[in-house]
Design a binder for this molecule. Structure first.
Ligand SMILES: Nc1nc2c(c(=O)[nH]1)N[C@H]1C(S)=C(S)[C@@H](COP(=O)(O)O)O[C@H]1N2
Ligand SMILES: [Mo]
Length: 421
């Protein structure tokens, strides 16, 4: 078969798309109906089947040709759990540690703005030698840098009932390979004045999200990212560019960033005074709790899995905003004894780390738990320890308790809810 020009290939796809579903089912010439999807670039063809035709022998029928856009197997339907203002990554459906971009959790305070990349501008001003405006093309001309990191919302904990999946308990964390320009590069370009110590990051969404960030963090490993897992970041993640601060509470990674103002003090914005603070003991409030503490969660077996007796590979993810995970311990006897899980290498800084632990379940009722230990020596606490350390008014941010799964005799796996729902 000769090489087809792009044009004829598209024509073929188009023709295929027009074959009626009935014909496909009867004729068996192709295995799936084809959907036309409207995008801002016009019509594109995808192999999303309208109704699934499964040949008895796939070696005996010609399959559909390539399409402009790939799709998941129709047998796989991982979905985000959506509320009005957030959506959660289906941790229990994922393997390894990279979150497919369309399953990245979302948290929006004013919805997702549509920004024309041609008109996008980032202003850096304040205590700088030379205030500058960078277009997206300008940002892309600087040396690029890629890094695999998690991003986690500091409100990433839910509890309340036994029938909760990992996604519902801890689905506000996701991991991507982020690509962009180091903030230090941009700061060198504008020339930071020696007295400067903070900067304000401002988004161009309806919430005009603003956070004050210590200059030191920006210089250390802050980035302006424009790509995620090899493609332009998605609108939901801040298209065309966002701030990304590895290991810090998600709220500080301001999306759709349009302005950075360098100063010698924090700005005390709404998000860092009335919000994103935590009660601690003695009626005090803790402010600027930037680092995400070490945490882990077993994602298999977890609700709603029904477990079979015999060998089970317990799997999950562990992460810390303070560097690397050095150890994950798993208990299969409700926390009486702990054993080291295998960490999937290479273990990366400020990244979800996959862990596995082989266990022979003999059908007894028990609880399985995991706890993460990071390179600072920090050990993931129990909910009881958290409450003791922070006091009664600790609020809903920065909660990273050990998650326990109860295994019943019939193999049912249930979440053991703790803390305020
Ligand atoms: N401009 C802007 N930036 C923002 C937000 C927002 O609403 N607007 N939400 C913040 C919060 S609370 C979190 S947890 C992360 C979520 O990033 P994601 O939606 O890409 O997962 O973005 C942060 N940056
Ligand atoms: Mo968040």
């Amino acid at each position: 078969m000769g090489i087809k020009s792009e044009e004829t290939k598209n024509e073929t796809n188009h023709a295929l798309a027009k074959i009626s579903r009935r014909k496909l089912l009867l004729g068996g010439a192709a295995t799936a109906a084809v959907a036309l999807v409207k995008s801002s670039f016009g019509e594109i063809q995808t192999a999303i089947p309208e109704s699934l035709y499964i040949p008895a022998d796939p070696t005996k029928v010609q399959g559909p040709p390539p399409f402009d856009l790939g799709t998941r197997s129709p047998f796989e339907r991982p979905l985000k759990k959506t509320s009005d203002t957030s959506s959660r990554t289906p941790l229990q459906d994922l393997y390894g540690t990279i979150t497919p971009a369309d399953l990245h959790y979302e948290r929006h305070h004013g919805g997702v703005p549509t920004i024309d990349p041609e008109k996008y501008e980032l202003l850096i001003h304040g205590m700088v030698e030379k205030p500058m405006i960078f277009t997206l093309a300008d940002l892309k001309r600087f040396p690029a840098f890629s890094r695999i990191c998690f991003l986690e919302c500091s409100g990433n904990f839910r509890t309340g009932k036994e029938e909760m999946m990992p996604q519902e308990i801890a689905g506000l964390t996701s991991q991507s390979e982020w690509t962009g320009v180091m903030l230090s590069t941009l700061f060198r370009e504008v020339g930071i004045k020696s007295k400067a110590s903070w900067f304000l990051a401002e988004g161009s969404d309806a919430a005009v999200m603003t956070r004050s960030i210590p200059l030191q963090k920006g210089l250390q490993d802050g980035m302006i990212v424009y790509a995620q897992n090899g493609e332009a970041i998605r609108p939901q993640q801040g298209y065309p560019a966002r701030l990304f601060l590895p290991g810090w509470e998600g709220n500080t990674s301001v999306k759709w960033i349009r302005r950075i103002e360098v100063s010698d003090q924090p700005y005390m914005t709404r998000e860092e005074t009335s919000k994103y603070t935590e009660g601690i003991k003695g009626g005090k409030i803790r402010q600027f709790s930037f680092d995400m503490d070490a945490r882990s969660i077993i994602t298999y077996p977890a609700y709603p899995v029904i477990l079979q007796q015999g060998w089970v590979e317990i799997r999950g993810i562990a992460w810390t905003g303070r560097g690397k995970i050095v150890k994950v311990e798993v208990s299969t006897d409700a926390g009486k004894t702990w054993n080291s899980a295998k960490l999937q290498g290479p273990v990366m800084d400020k990244a979800h780390t996959y862990f596995r632990y082989l266990w022979n379940w003999r059908g007894d009722e028990t609880e399985i738990l995991s706890r993460a230990i990071d390179e600072t020596g920090y050990i993931q606490p129990t909910m009881k320890q958290l409450m003791e350390a922070r006091g009664r008014d600790m609020g809903g941010y920065h909660l990273n308790p050990i998650t326990a799964w109860r295994i019943k005799r019939d193999g049912t796996v249930l979440f053991r809810p703790e803390g305020k729902a």
